[in-house]
Each structure stands twice: as C-alpha cells, then as structure tokens.
Design a protein around this ligand. Structure first.
Ligand code: NDP
Ligand code: PYR
Ligand code: MG
Length: 751
C-alpha cells in the first residue's frame, strides 16, 4: 500500500490554511432582521430559558446540548508523543472534534485544561456538564485517567467516555474477534501479550477478559517489563489487577509462543526476533501512534503468517478508536443517554466485527480503489466506509435502550437508520472517491504553466500524494528557481520539466499542427512559433501525442483565450459537443451547472448536448443525473422569447431517448426545492435537480460566482467535458489546492 508522503511544512500548511486550526462555529438560525435578533436573543430567548429551568430535559429540544460533545484533555499522553501539555495537544483534540463531525455529524468542541491535578480537572469538567450531551476524555495519562473517568461518571448524568481506554478497547476487540476467526483460534485459549499498561492497555485487556480471555493466559508488560505477582516497582492498583504468576520478566520472554500481541506502548517496542518467536498465525496489533511498535513490513518479513494491524490510516487493518467514538456517541446522543455502558461498547465492537465480514459494496471498493474482502488484510471496516454511520449507532442505541441507559428511547428504529443515512454530507464521499480513482489511474499529468508558483506547488503535491507523475512545461532554470523560492527546493529533482528544447518530439508536434491548421491561414513559421513557444499549445500537443494522460492549464490566462489555443490541437468546441460543467458543493449538496465554459448562447439542440455532457460528468461523480433546464419561467409562464429554447430543450431529449431524468423549463427554486415542485404534479423529476442547464454562458458565470462569493460554496471546475482527451481548464484566481483538484479530476477522466 502506498504511504502518503508529506513534509513537516505540508503538515503545518494544512493546519494554517484556510484559517488557523481545523474547525469553526456556524449559526443554524437566521440572524439578519430585528425580529431574528429579538427571538434568538432578548427578549425571545427568555421563553426557552424558562422552559428548561422548569424541565431540564427540554434542553435537548431548545439548545444544541443534545448534539454537542466536548473533547477534553490535559495533554499528558498525547498520542504516543508523551506529555506535551494542554496546549501542545490541541491539534489532536481539534482533530477529534472534526472526526466527530465528519463521521457522525456530532458537533464537538475541544477543551484543553491546564492541570495535571485530577481534582481540578474533575471540577472543571463537572461544572461545564450542563453545556454538553456527552464528554469525550482524550489523551490523559494513566493512572490519573482512571480516577478522573470514574469520578466524573459518578458525578455526571451524561455519558463520560475516555476514548483512549474504551474507544481503543472496543476497536481492538472488534479486530480481535475477526483476526481469531481467521487464525482459527478461540479467545478462551489464546495466549495474549499486552505491551503498555496505561489507559489504552488496561481497558483493552479488561474488555477482552470480559469477552472470555483467561486471566492466566494474559501477560501485561510496561516499561519495567512483565507485570508479575509480587512486583513492586512502577505498580498501581490497575496494573496489580492483571499481575500473573509467571517466570517471565521481559517482553521478549513473554512473546515466546504467544498467539496475540497487543501494543499500546511506544514506537519500535517490538523486535523481529520477538515476532519470530510467536505461535502460528500470530495476531499483532501494533497500535501505538503515530508510529507502531513494529511496522507491518518488519513483521511480515519474518512471519508471512502474521495478521497485522496498526493504528495508522496508511496500512491495511487500522485498529484505531476513530472507528468507535463517533458512532458510540451518535447512538448515545440519539437516545439522550445517561452513560455509555459496557453493553453499548460490546454492541459496538460486535457490529464492527460483523460489518467487516459482510460483502463490501462497490461504492466502498470504488472509494478505496481496490476490492476489500474479509481476510488477513481486511479484518475491520475502513474508516471511510459509508455503512458505519447507519450500522453502528443503531446497535449502540439498541443496547442502551435494553440496559436502561436511554432517557428517550427510539421508537421507529427503521426510520432512525434511514435518518442516519441522509445525515452525512454526500459531497465528502464524492470527493474521496474521485481522489481514490485518480490514485488508481496513476495518470501522467501535464501542467502547462510551469512558470506559475501555484501550478508548481500543485504539481509537487500531485506527485507526492502518489496520484501519478507530474510533467511540468517550463524552462528548467526558471522552474528550479521558483521551486526554491516556494520552499520546495527538494522537489527540483522530483518533477520532470518538459519544453520545446528538451523534447525529441518537436518536429512531430509541428507536423501534426500544420496538418490541422494549414488551411486556416497558418504557415510553417506561425506553426513553429505556436508549437515551440506557446505553452498551452505545446502542452496540448504533448497530450495529443500520448506523451501525457491529462492536461492542466488556464491558471495564468483567461479561459476563453486558453480554449482558443487548445482548439488549435483539439476539437474542444461547441460544434463538436464540448461543454463546461461546474460542480457547486454547499451545505451537503452538490449541484452541477452547465455550460460554464464553451457555449456562449446555446440553442435548444446545444442545450440538449450540454445536458448529456453534464449527465456524463454526474455519473462519473457517482450521482444519478437529474437535469433541470432553468430559466426565469416555469413550464411556459411567463411567456418569453428568451425562455423558449429552455422550453424546447426537453423535447429534444425526448426525441433522443436519453437514459437520465430531465425536466423544464423551470425556475431555480422549483428545480432545487421539493415543496416548490409539488405545485407541478406532472413534472417528471424524482427529486430535486442536481444538474442545472442554464440559458447562456453569462447566467452560468453569474450563478456560480454568486454562490461562491455570497454563500461560500466550494466550486470545482469548470470541468471540460466531451473532449477525447482529459483536459481541465483552471481559472486565474485558483489556489494551488484548487489546481490540484482539477488535476485529480483530469486524472480520473471525469470530463
Ligand atoms: N490505535 C489507537 O486507537 C490508540 C492508540 N493509542 C496509543 O497507545 C499508546 C499509549 O497510549 P495511552 O495508553 O493513552 O498512554 P498512557 O500514558 O496512559 O500509557 C502508556 C503505557 O505504555 C507503557 N509504555 C510506554 N513505553 C513503553 C515501552 N517502550 N515498552 C513498554 N511499555 C511502554 C507505559 O509504561 P509505564 O506504565 O511503565 O510508564 C504505560 O503503561 C500511545 O502510543 C497511543 O498513541 C492510544 C489510544 C488509542
Ligand atoms: C488514536 C488515539 O486516540 C491515540 O493514539 O491516542
Ligand atoms: Mg488518544
């Protein structure tokens, strides 16, 4: 599996752009008018305040408490990096908050408490209890974490959950259920060695013992070696509970003949010799972050029969609490739980293990760019599996309801599962799937404008992200200097710089161009000038000759000008059915607008072509196309000469017999709003439109730019569709990241 390569600089840049940190707060109610103000704030706000004071349960209805979780840490055990202090751990806690939102639509806020004193810590958390629907404790070192969690659970009436203990234990249990199925062993029989007797370790071993692992079969180690009966050094009551009577004193001795190794300790704690000494089909969960106790490569080198998991996302089998805490809290919040109890945790582990044994749907395989089948390299679902959100929380909620943890049980479980499906932002999975397909394609991408630092940065990112090879058109010395100025001196040797001087193909390019243009008023010297000196033409010629798989250009010149140059080499024009499609991503919706690039004033036949091109793009993005021909009139009213072509375009598609939904003409609100559609019961769209075919280039430009500027929509494109080769035209205001996105689209041939 390819590893993401990123530099420290890139990791820092990720945390700075577009604004420092990883999340922000947004309002869910309008705050525009005097009336809004008097309802949201004084005097209107008094009403819910009084309701809640009289009935605290009403807080779940009138405030965001019911979907708000605090991620709280003091930074004393930040991943496996040690005690970095409260502030030092903030990026991890912000990250956990973002994961809550991304994977389970739980609103979350990180809180870093500057204290190592459990009393102070508990007091602070307890006092802020009314704000939240749940408390996720994170990266607090043992043994203080045990005291803190226990006390807060007793004192608070909302779920308090130490993720490093129970989140890890749940995922470890899920993985182990399946790993043992593969190795053909039973939990009651296996010899387990646990390295790390802190938060994660103690919780893992306790959960496994409650699931049948035998005390005498489990050896626990820490920095002082084996925890044996009678040991006094570095002990505490939580470790003592797992001390066994044994002659072994070191991890090395304990590993001889072991069936299972669980590591929640530190980087490199396990050697190949230790792995060699384990029993047959050994299970190795090296879960320390960010670097495991032993890497899968090292383990497999000495034991091909090993089933290996790590906590990282760049190896198969990611045993990481990210698979647990979002869904455990989702289920707990949805029943207004008082606590997350053991039954809920075990239900979560079982549901995860079951899911990994099911057939993986195509969409997941597509998103990962490979088939996933239950086995040594797939013992646990992948974090981006879209089934997790509607499979795990119901299992947790059901267990909570059965064990009395629910304040408000869910009556309609089927409805709940359906609601969970629609809860997630579909745009995220679309973007992810495009990325994975691009990675699988390994396209050689031609970046035509190698004199632009943003383009160079995008080219470097393209190559370093493992998407494929970046070919940069430019002068070697200029590219080198600009990379150095951009702090990317080390990328100089990585990129292939191509130009008219160093290509052996210039003559072939010129002959090709002359053939195309000789009857269009171009002579040999015009052709030489264009092929050798114009980077857009040169790059297009490279693409036309198969010296690259895709082309990215347009970041430095107006798109109309770039299109004109490209058309010397390709037939990327209206006449040949090309069209520009722009994807707008906003508030979990994705809508394509077309034509944003090629047709100036299309007639009804052109509009039908545009609809077909846009529908192709939609299918490539994994959407079922629903086209609306939009105008200022709806189904013939008000009558206007200008709207007529929009009225006629659907009839053109009727004649063509296309395989997607379309309707029109209609106003944008009818296209995008189901209620507005109800006024036209005869209309044929089965839901809101996801493709808007607009009357002309100006309306396309106005609507996309308005959405971008006013609503803050993410704009991808225009995607050039309907051209034989994969070409994407950037716009001049794009950032390096936007340009990279265009390259990703070009790589997976979305157009
Ligand atoms: N994959 C996942 O989902 C998760 C992974 N983890 C990882 O687990 C590790 C521990 O986290 P956590 O339990 O929260 O931390 P704690 O600080 O609570 O516990 C760390 C434990 O590891 C032991 N330890 C440290 N270094 C070694 C070593 N070289 N050999 C043997 N034992 C060692 C410590 O021993 P002693 O008691 O003697 O000091 C202590 O018992 C981290 O790397 C963390 O990233 C944690 C949570 C989730
Ligand atoms: C994953 C996690 O929570 C940790 O490594 O601490
Ligand atoms: Mg953690």
């Amino acid at each position: 599996m390819s590893k993401p390569k990123f530099t420290r600089e890139e990791a820092l840049a990720f945390h700075i752009d577009p604004t420092p940190g990883k999340w922000e707060v947004q309002a869910t109610v309008p705050m525009t008018t005097q009336r809004d103000l008097s309802l949201a704030y004084s005097p209107g706000v008094a009403v819910p305040c009084e309701e809640i004071a009289a009935n605290p349960e009403a807080a779940y209805d009138y405030t965001n408490k019911g979907n708000l979780v605090a991620v709280i840490s003091n930074g004393t055990a930040v991943l496996g990096l040690g005690n970095l202090g409260a502030l030092g751990g903030k990026p991890v806690m912000e990250g956990k908050s973002v994961l809550f939102k991304r994977f389970a639509d739980v609103n979350s806020i990180d809180i870093e408490l500057d204290t190592e004193d459990p009393d102070e810590f508990c007091k602070a958390v307890r006092l802020m209890g009314p704000t939240f629907g749940g408390i996720n404790l994170e990266d607090i070192k043992a043994p203080e974490c045990f005291i803190i969690e226990q006390r807060l659970k007793e004192e608070m009436d909302i779920p308090v959950f130490h993720d490093d203990q129970h989140g890890t234990a749940v995922i470890c249990a899920a993985g182990l259920i399946n790993a043992l199925k593969i190795s053909g062993k039973k939990i009651e029989d296996v010899k387990i060695v646990l390295n790390g007797a802190g938060a994660a370790g103690i919780a893992c071993i306790e959960l496994l013992k409650s699931m049948g692992a035998r005390h005498e079969n489990c050896i626990v180690c820490d920095t002082k070696g084996v925890i044996y009966q009678g040991r006094t050094e570095g002990m505490n009551q939580w470790k003592s509970a797992h001390a066994v009577s044994t002659e072994h004193r070191t991890l090395e001795e304990a590993m001889v003949g072991a069936d299972v190794f669980l590591g929640v300790s530190a980087k490199g704690a396990v050697t190949q010799e230790m792995v060699k000494a384990m029993g047959d089909n050994p299970v190795i969960f090296a879960m320390a972050n960010p670097d495991p106790e032993i890497t899968p490569e090292e383990a497999h080198e000495v034991r091909v029969d090993a089933i290996v998991a790590t906590g990282r996302s760049d190896y198969p089998n990611q045993v990481n609490n990210v698979l647990g805490f979002p869904y455990l809290f989702r289920g707990a919040l949805d029943i207004h739980a008082r606590a997350i109890n053991d039954e809920m945790k075990i239900a979560c582990a079982q549901a995860l293990a079951d899911l990994a044994r099911e057939d993986v749907p195509d969409e997941v395989a597509l998103a990962y760019g490979k088939s996933l089948t239950f086995g040594r390299d797939y013992i646990i679902p992948t974090p981006f599996d879209p089934r997790l959100i509607h499979r795990i929380p119901p299992a947790v909620a059901r267990a909570g309801m059965e064990t009395g943890a629910a304040r408000r049980p869910i009556i309609d479980m089927d409805g709940y599962e359906e609601g969970l499906k629609s809860r997630m932002d579909p745009t995220a999975s679309i973007l992810r799937s495009i990325n994975t397909r691009a990675r699988a394609a390994q396209a050689r991408m031609i970046f035509a404008e190698g004199d632009d630092p943003r383009v160079l940065r995008a080219a470097v990112m393209y190559q370093r992200s493992g998407l494929g090879k970046a070919l940069v058109v430019g002068r070697e010395d200029d590219v080198k200097k600009k990379l150095e100025d951009a702090g990317l001196a080390d990328a100089v040797r990585e990129l292939e710089v191509v130009n008219a001087k160093n290509t052996p193909h210039l003559q072939a390019y010129k002959d090709f161009l002359y053939d195309r243009l000789q009857r269009k008023g171009f002579d040999r010297s015009d052709i030489h000038r264009m092929a050798a000196r114009d980077r857009h033409v040169f790059a297009s010629l490279m693409l036309a000759h198969g010296h690259g798989d895709g082309l990215i250009t347009g970041a430095t010149r107006k798109s109309a000008h770039v299109m004109q140059l490209i058309n010397h080499v390709f037939d990327a024009d209206a006449e040949h059915g090309a069209a520009g499609v722009t994807a707008l991503l906003h508030k979990g919706r994705i809508v394509l607008i077309s034509d944003t690039l090629v047709h100036e004033w299309p007639d009804e036949n052109d509009l039908a072509n545009i609809a077909e091109r846009a529908a192709d793009v939609a299918k490539h993005l994994g959407l079922d196309p629903r086209v609306a021909f939009v105008s200022f009139s709806t189904f013939g009213y008000p009558v206007s000469e200008r709207a007529e072509k929009m009225h006629l375009a659907p009839a053109v598609l009727d004649q063509r017999g296309v395989d997607f939904e379309y309707e029109g003409e209609m106003t944008v609100d009818v296209a995008l709003n189901v209620q507005a559609q109800e006024a036209y019961p005869f209309q044929r769209l089965s839901g809101t439109a996801n493709i808007l075919v607009v009357p002309a280039r100006h309306s396309a430009s106005i609507s996309t730019k308005l959405m971008q500027e006013m609503a803050g929509a993410t704009v991808i494109g225009p995607i050039l569709a309907g051209v034989e080769k994969s070409i994407q035209i950037c716009s001049t205001n794009m950032t390096a990241n936007d340009i990279l996105n265009m390259a990703v689209l070009a790589a997976c041939k979305v157009g």
